[in-house]
Write a protein that binds this ligand. Sequence first.
Ligand code: B1M
Length: 215
Amino acid sequence: MDILKEISVRLQQGDDERVCELTRQAVEKKVPPRAILDEGLIGGMNIIGERYKAHEIFLPQVLLAAKAMYAGTDVLRPLFVKEGMPAIGKVVIGSVQGDLHDIGKNLVGIMLKGAGFEVIDLGNDVPPERFVETAEKEDAAVIGISALLTTTMPVMKRTVDLLEEKGLRTKIRTIIGGAPISEEFAKQIGADAYGYDSTNAVESVKRLIMANESD
Ligand code: B1M
């Protein structure tokens, strides 16, 4: 079996040790890290999502798959993140209040660090006040919020509103993303950008920072 397909299958089986081993092997074989992530790890996680939705598997299997996903991303992280580079801007990221999903948000964090940003990761279930207070205290240029549940999406607006109330909307820009989020929703709540995936999120953050510098 092709190694990327095997990573996907083992991830779906929740076999974190084998996923870690196979990811290492793929790196040694010079498979591009981006392909390992997209086709192997994210590919496997997407199938888990479809099977969970179809009630073919249940939460314990999803949790095991998530653990296997982390085993793989731990191997890849150093390949995306270059240490010791001067930061090109500060970004505060987190999953929205009420949301415990953090795999996608963590990938965005890894890619932002890899692109040279300093990332302050507040974790998951982050209240709007904490996003804003941290960004203010740390003098961050951008707040990035992730949501995976349709029920937590509306909470994202409170962070944008809070920035507006404090007169910080033009100083601290916002980007939102996650499976249920769309460009339209981002516009609707007044967020400055929408990130489709982790690569697109990095491009959007760069654009936001450049726009702020030229203001
Ligand atoms: Co849950 N879950 N989950 N879950 N889970 C979903 C999201 C769901 C769609 C599954 C389904 O029904 N098909 C569904 C939501 C339905 C809805 O709201 N309409 C769901 C549900 C219902 C739940 C619970 C309510 C289940 C329950 O308890 N009955 C519960 C909620 C807990 C909570 O948050 N309060 C729950 C729990 C869990 C686990 C804990 C078991 C686990 C999370 C583990 C973890 O994150 N540490 C889990 C998982 C793994 C999933 C699925 C299967 C996979 C999510 C994932 O990690 N995908 C998911 C199904 C799915 O999404 N298809 C599902 C891989 C990841 C790389 O993709 O996160 O989309 P994603 O990130 C992408 C982009 O979206 C983007 O870039 C990333 C890389 O490309 N992106 C950004 C993400 N954030 C961004 C931010 C940006 C920019 C881009 O800028 C800041």
